[in-house]
Design a protein around this ligand. Structure first.
Ligand code: PEP
Length: 254
């Protein structure tokens, strides 16, 4: 299974900056991606088309894919401000994020809505990175398993029956580690990833073993190699440290 290293640019970068970052990333990667890796860049909506052009120009045919940070679960319609799967596919996106903690906690997205988006996006042809993770209060209250279980149960409701395992990726992102500089410890990552795989097994017994589980939360160039080498860690989802091409290239090659 190829490791997936993903950059979440959040609400940063207009077109020019996005294009320049991709050109710099191509230079940082030496214009090639190791055979056991895939890379994804989750750009803001307004920079998707420019990022797709930059990827085609600087890394044609390389395993570097474009993703969007959100999607609405409808084909089209009166949904002001929203974006459909076909619009994202039209911008050359392969991936979309669902359930990012900033959307769950800052924008109030329910577990059920995350599940709707996940199923709809997959059925429409996008590959999905479904984010799960607990808050500090939930962890300290001994609720890790209950929280991940509930997020996965709702997040994986109504999936297309013939789903190929490589089309669905999980990202375990403890909320207390996102953007805080406080990376989860080795033991915490091992425990949560093993637990997540067990929980996915209950829902998708035929394909859970072939699905990737990424770790996200304050990944930096100096801790990436150690984290990506842990059992059950099939890649990384990187926020802050993905904004600079040099540091993201370092992480992608770790
Ligand atoms: C994220 O946005 O998914 C993330 C993990 O952010 P950071 O790397 O900045 O903690």
């Amino acid at each position: 299974m190829k490791k997936l290293i993903a950059a979440n640019w959040k609400m940063y970068k207009c077109r020019h900056d996005a294009t320049q970052t991709i050109a710099d990333l191509a230079a940082g990667l030496g214009r090639s991606v190791p055979a056991d890796r895939e890379i994804a860049v989750f750009a803001p909506f307004t920079a998707l088309a420019a990022s797709a052009e930059a990827l085609a120009a600087h890394m044609p045919g390389k395993a570097v894919f474009l993703g969007a940070q959100d999607v609405y679960p409808a084909v089209e319609g009166a949904f002001t401000g929203e974006i459909s799967p076909s619009m994202l596919l039209d911008c050359s996106c392969r991936f979309v994020l669902t359930g990012h903690s900033e959307r769950r906690h800052l924008l109030g997205e329910s577990r059920e809505f995350v599940g709707e988006k996940t199923a709809f996006a997959l059925a429409a042809g996008l590959d999905v990175v479904l984010c799960i993770g607990e808050t500090l209060t939930e962890r300290e209250g001994g609720r890790l398993e209950a929280v991940l279980g509930a997020q996965l149960e709702a997040g994986l409701a109504n999936l297309p029956r013939d789903l190929e395992p490589q089309r669905l990726v999980f990202a375990y992102e403890p909320v207390w580690a996102i953007g805080t500089g406080r990376v989860a410890g080795e033991k915490e990552i091992l425990q949560a990833h093993a637990l997540a795989r067990e929980l996915v097994k209950k829902i998708l017994p035929a394909s859970y073993a072939k699905m990737r589980i990424l770790y996200g939360g304050s990944v930096k160039p100096d801790n990436a190699a150690k984290i990506i080498g842990l059992d059950n860690v099939d890649g990384l989802l990187v926020g802050g440290a993905s904004l600079q091409a040099e540091s993201f290239a370092h992480i992608a090659l770790a």
